[in-house]
Structures are given as structure tokens and as C-alpha cells.
Design a protein around this ligand. Structure first.
Ligand code: HEC
Length: 253
């Protein structure tokens, strides 16, 4: 019996301690009235259900020191919601903190904003989503890492594309530069799908996405292999490139 109990405790312990390297929890310091109004209890389970990220929200008065913990507070951060004439903002996340990035993106997204608008405990809407302009600026950065993306772009794409000043003279002349591509309205779609757009499929492999090369048609050149996380990094880097402005609408052949 005693052994059974110890074994059981072991199980309980194992089940409550997240696996190493699995940062699926997020701490959030929230203006007390957002907790007492019930908004957090309404919002957070919906986010967790969707993403698997668990949020621990604690009430905290604005202005109290808190280290790096993400905060939702009046009069500071990126506007997320309003109540009467008070605007509450979310501190922008550290890009390495994936749960925080996901929470930020979710709150600022259409779904997050609609969820805020739906909260009406006594039949009357209490809060109003205020993220109108944020989504567009954040959407392109997503979860990628800009400096990793720069390194990856120069190494992999710089073989053919002029990526930036560092390889200005070494791209292949007939290949559009990153600056030129960045000037296209749908640049982000093209980058996210570049491996499916010619000429890349014959030499590009994205782990878990592309099929292996056909054995009868091996890559004609040194293959390009990336993970989808690395492609996120490249997109994050490309988002920050100054679009090449040719002064007229670009026609891409
Ligand atoms: C071996 C040479 C080569 C490499 C390596 C290469 N590209 Fe390209 N890429 C091209 C050429 C050539 C085109 C122009 C194709 C055309 O205009 O039809 C192109 C076009 C593109 C386009 C526009 C595609 C379209 O149809 O709109 C994107 C986006 C792109 N490349 C992204 C990348 C990224 C990101 C990398 C690195 C991860 C990369 N490329 C690596 C040769 C290359």
C-alpha cells in the first residue's frame, strides 16, 4: 500500500510538472478591475482552449515593478481594449517568449477582439476591443526571429538573391532582390510559399512540408533545406527590409 501511494505521488508529480523545454505557461499581471469584472475568467479559457497555453493572471496595480512579466494595464503598452475613457494596453512580448507572443497575437487578432466585445455579464457590453491598427503591424513579424532570419537569408537565399547590403554585388542578376520582392503587396504570401514557387521546388526542402526529392530527378544544384521555424525567421527578417520603391506599380513576371 505504501509503495502504491509513493508510486501514485510520482505519477501526480510527473503529470503536473511540464516537460523540460515545454514553456506552455504564461504569467500575466492584470489591472485588478479586469479580474474582478470577470473579463479575465471569460477571456483566458477561450485562449487556452485554442492554443494549449495556460495563463496565470494575477491582479496588480499599474506601475508596480514586475520584471519581465507581461502586463495588461491602463494607459500603457499596445492598446488592446477600452472601458469608458480608459484604454488598457498589453506590454509587447519578448520575441523569444513564444506563449507571450501567441497571447499578444491572439488578443490583437479579430477573434481576440471579438471575444472581448462578447463579454457582457449582465447583458451589456463592458469592454471594447481597441486593437484596430495593431494587427497589421504585428501580423508580419509573427513568431520569427529577425537576426536569425537575416543570417539564414544571406546563407541560403543570398546564393541567388541580393538580400541586402552585405551581398549587394553577389546575387544572380536575373533574380529579383529581396528589396524588390518586399515591395510587392503580397510579398509575405510569396515568401511563406517560396518553396512551392519556381524555381525553388527542384532544389528546396522544408522539413515536414515538402515531399522528398524524386530519386530520378535529384536536385540539380546544392539543395536548400530549412525548417518551417527557420522560414518564420526569414519572413520576420524580410518584414523589416525597406521595400524597393521603383516609383511605379511593380509588374512581376
Ligand atoms: C538557386 C537560386 C535561388 C535560391 C537559392 C533562392 N531563390 Fe528565390 N528565386 C530565384 C529566382 C531565379 C527567382 C525568380 C523566379 C521568377 O521570377 O520566375 C526567385 C523568386 C523568389 C520569390 C518570388 C517568387 C514568385 O513567384 O513570386 C521569392 C519569394 C523567393 N524567391 C524567395 C526565396 C527565399 C526566401 C530563398 C531562401 C530561403 C530563396 N528564394 C532562394 C532563385 C533562387
Amino acid at each position: 500500500m505504501k509503495h502504491f501511494f509513493i508510486a501514485l505521488m510520482g505519477l501526480v508529480f510527473a503529470a503536473t510538472v511540464p516537460a523540460r523545454g515545454d514553456h506552455q505557461d504564461l504569467s500575466l499581471l492584470v489591472a485588478p478591475e479586469l479580474v474582478s469584472s470577470g473579463l479575465m475568467a471569460f477571456l483566458l479559457p477561450r485562449f487556452s482552449l485554442k492554443t494549449g497555453v495556460k495563463v496565470h493572471a494575477e491582479p496588480l496595480d499599474a506601475g508596480r515593478a514586475s520584471g519581465n512579466t507581461m502586463q495588461l494595464q491602463p494607459g500603457t503598452g499596445t492598446p488592446a481594449l477600452t472601458r469608458q475613457d480608459q484604454t488598457y494596453g498589453l506590454t509587447p512580448p519578448d520575441m523569444d517568449d513564444k506563449p507571450a507572443v501567441r497571447f499578444f497575437d491572439w488578443v490583437m487578432s479579430d477573434i481576440g477582439q471579438r471575444t472581448i466585445n462578447q463579454f457582457a455579464p449582465n447583458g451589456a457590453q463592458m469592454f471594447f476591443g481597441a486593437a484596430d491598427n495593431v494587427v497589421a503591424t504585428r501580423a508580419t513579424a509573427q513568431v520569427g526571429d529577425v537576426s536569425r532570419g537575416a543570417a539564414l537569408s544571406y546563407v541560403h537565399c543570398g546564393r541567388c538573391h541580393v538580400v541586402g547590403a552585405r551581398n549587394r554585388m553577389s546575387g544572380i542578376g536575373s533574380t529579383p532582390s529581396f528589396g524588390l520582392l518586399r515591395g510587392l503587396d503580397d510579398w509575405e504570401d510569396r515568401f511563406r510559399a517560396f518553396y512551392a514557387l519556381n524555381p525553388h521546388p527542384s532544389f528546396t526542402q522544408i522539413a515536414g512540408i515538402t515531399a522528398p526529392f524524386d530519386k530520378t530527378r535529384p536536385s540539380p544544384i546544392w539543395p536548400l533545406a530549412l525548417t518551417s521555424a527557420e522560414l518564420d525567421d526569414i519572413v520576420a527578417f524580410t518584414a523589416g527590409i525597406t521595400p524597393l520603391d521603383l516609383g511605379a506599380p511593380l509588374v512581376h513576371q
